[in-house]
Structures are given as structure tokens and as C-alpha cells.
Design a binder for this molecule. Structure first.
Ligand code: ATP
Ligand code: MG
Length: 288
């Protein structure tokens, strides 16, 4: 009935909140790129994440309808395509949609709470790592400082306060942190003891590596073939998943596409050519 508990199957659930411009999208991508090879970003912010396409390699899906069910569909679609990490940017839009569906009536929540629960279950039950961003309410506070003349003066400072989300949402995540305007992430909740109460300037690799060590995920060196870095095994797997499930291509179709790049096997694809091969597969799929 019982079996030994191990951490190897654990998937990370990370919540990043912050006011506009604090670094939610950038930090989510910077952490994600060290957690896995394939990143899916569910964008409810009108494609705003795409402005980081030159810095990070990720696939995006724009959500115009923010009903929790649309988020769940996007999460499931990303899982079926074997993405290692799913970024939800941002979860606050699902919350806005829930508020609208409840219509400000107390009994309205009777129908909306189960929708919200389903979305939370889809995130915590996901077979991919999940990073969810949440907008924070912004407030101005007066901060005291000592001026050059030695006098104490006050200046206004913008701060992010509570996440725009149902209260207690952080309990659902392994790790929750709040970004400030200097892009400093303060960990407010952590099931990973090494990260408890820590702060990180420009969060990225360090957090990802600590989380990977915590769940016991090996940190694989990239494959180098005669000085050229080739795509990783999960990337090759994802390419096959796109070819077969999304584009309905056969193995020989994929080989024809590869031949166009003077390649025989998907594992020989140089990292720099990965996107071009996928695009070429899509073009091939459209033609035939
Ligand atoms: N982890 C980080 N490392 C380095 N620079 C960062 C980091 N986070 C944020 N920045 C800087 O801050 C800028 C704004 O970040 P970002 O777009 O992620 O903010 P945001 O919180 O998502 O804003 P919005 O709510 O408007 O979408 C980035 O363009 C980048 O220059
Ligand atoms: Mg953003």
C-alpha cells in the first residue's frame, strides 16, 4: 500500500508575483531556461512575452479569452507536446475572468470556485514544471531619506503589494516570491529549505539549479558533437511530437525535411537550426 517516497518525480510549481515592470515575464523565462530545454509560455498579456524572443527560446500561445477552462486547455496542450516547463503569464487574468463570472454576487462564487479549483488542479497535477506569474497591486508609499543637507526628507516610492489573485493561492505552490522594482525576488514561501527567505537579484540560473538539486534532477551537460552543440534528447522528442501529433507527418516525411538540411537523424540537428527545422516541417506539412 505504501512505497518509499522519492523526489525524483516532483515537478516544480513556482509563483512569481510583482507589479508591472518588476520582471515577472523576464525572470520566469530566465529561470525556466535552466529548468528544462523546451518552454511553453501561455500569454494572456497580448503577446508581450514575445519581446523576449531574441533572448530566450520558447514557444508561445496567446490567450484572448481568459476563462479558467481556456487556461486548462492550453496547459493540457503544452503537456501533450512534452514541454518541460510551462509558464503561465499571467494567472491574474484568470482571476479577473473569475471575478467577472461571479458577477459580484456571493452566490456567483458557487459556480466559479469549482472552475478555479480545476485550474489549480491542472497546475499542481501537471507533468511539466509550472511557473505562474501574478500581477501585484501597486501602491505609493512615502519613504524617508537623508538629504545632502543632513535633513530628513520624504520621497514617493512605488511598491507592489498583495498578488491579484484569490487569497491563499501561494499555498498551492512549492515556491512563491515577490519581485520589486529593482528586479529583486524575495522568497515568501518555500518547500525547498535552501531557498527559504532568500532574495535574488535578477533571478535566473541560481534558483533553477537549486530547485533542480532539490528535486534530484541531474544537471546534464549539453551534447557536443565535433565542436557543434546539437539539440538535446527532450528537444528531439518534442520535434517528433510536433511532427506526428500536430502535423501528422510520417517518419519518412521528417527524414525528407532533414535531408534538406543535410542531416540524417534528429539528434544531429544543431541547436541553432532547431527552429528552422521545425518551420520547415510546418511548411512541408502545409504543402503535402
Ligand atoms: N531576472 C532578470 N534579470 C535581468 N533583467 C531583468 C530580470 N527581470 C526583469 N529584468 C529587466 O526588467 C525589464 C522588465 O521586466 P518584465 O517585462 O519581465 O516585467 P513584468 O513584471 O513582466 O512587467 P508587466 O507586468 O508589464 O508584464 C526587463 O526588460 C529586463 O530588462
Ligand atoms: Mg510581463
Amino acid at each position: 500500500m505504501f512505497k518509499k517516497a522519492t523526489k525524483s518525480q516532483i515537478k516544480i510549481r513556482l509563483a512569481v508575483s510583482g507589479a508591472s515592470g518588476s520582471g515577472k515575464t523576464y525572470s520566469a523565462l530566465a529561470i525556466a531556461q535552466h529548468l528544462g530545454d523546451n518552454i511553453a509560455l501561455i500569454d494572456s498579456e497580448r503577446g508581450s512575452a514575445s519581446r523576449y524572443a531574441d533572448r530566450f527560446m520558447f514557444n508561445t500561445c496567446e490567450l484572448n479569452d481568459h476563462h479558467p477552462a481556456r487556461y486548462i486547455e492550453a496547459i493540457k496542450a503544452a503537456e501533450s507536446m512534452n514541454f518541460d516547463v510551462i509558464i503561465i503569464d499571467s494567472l491574474s487574468h484568470a482571476w479577473f475572468s473569475e471575478l467577472e463570472l461571479a458577477g459580484g454576487r456571493f452566490d456567483g462564487w458557487k459556480n466559479v470556485r469549482p472552475l478555479e479549483r480545476k485550474l489549480i488542479d491542472a497546475m499542481i497535477g501537471s507533468s511539466s514544471h509550472i511557473i505562474a506569474t501574478m500581477r501585484s497591486k501597486t501602491e505609493w508609499i512615502m519613504e524617508e531619506y537623508t538629504a545632502k543637507d543632513g535633513k530628513t526628507k520624504q520621497s514617493p516610492k512605488k511598491i507592489g503589494t498583495a498578488p491579484i489573485q484569490s487569497s491563499g493561492i501561494e499555498y498551492e505552490f512549492d515556491l512563491a516570491g515577490e519581485l520589486d522594482y529593482n528586479h529583486i525576488l524575495t522568497i515568501s514561501k518555500s518547500r525547498c529549505p535552501e531557498l527559504s527567505d532568500k532574495t535574488f537579484l535578477n533571478p535566473g540560473k541560481e534558483i533553477a539549479d537549486t530547485l533542480k538539486a532539490w528535486i534530484g534532477q541531474p544537471q546534464q551537460p549539453p551534447t557536443i558533437v565535433s565542436g557543434l552543440q546539437t539539440i538535446t534528447e527532450p528537444q528531439a522528442k518534442r520535434l517528433w511530437a510536433i511532427a506526428k501529433n500536430e502535423l501528422q507527418l510520417s517518419e519518412s516525411d521528417v527524414r525528407s525535411v532533414l535531408a534538406g538540411f543535410q542531416l540524417e537523424k534528429t539528434t544531429d540537428i544543431p541547436v541553432q537550426k532547431y527552429d528552422a527545422v521545425i518551420q520547415s516541417m510546418r511548411d512541408y506539412g502545409d504543402k503535402f
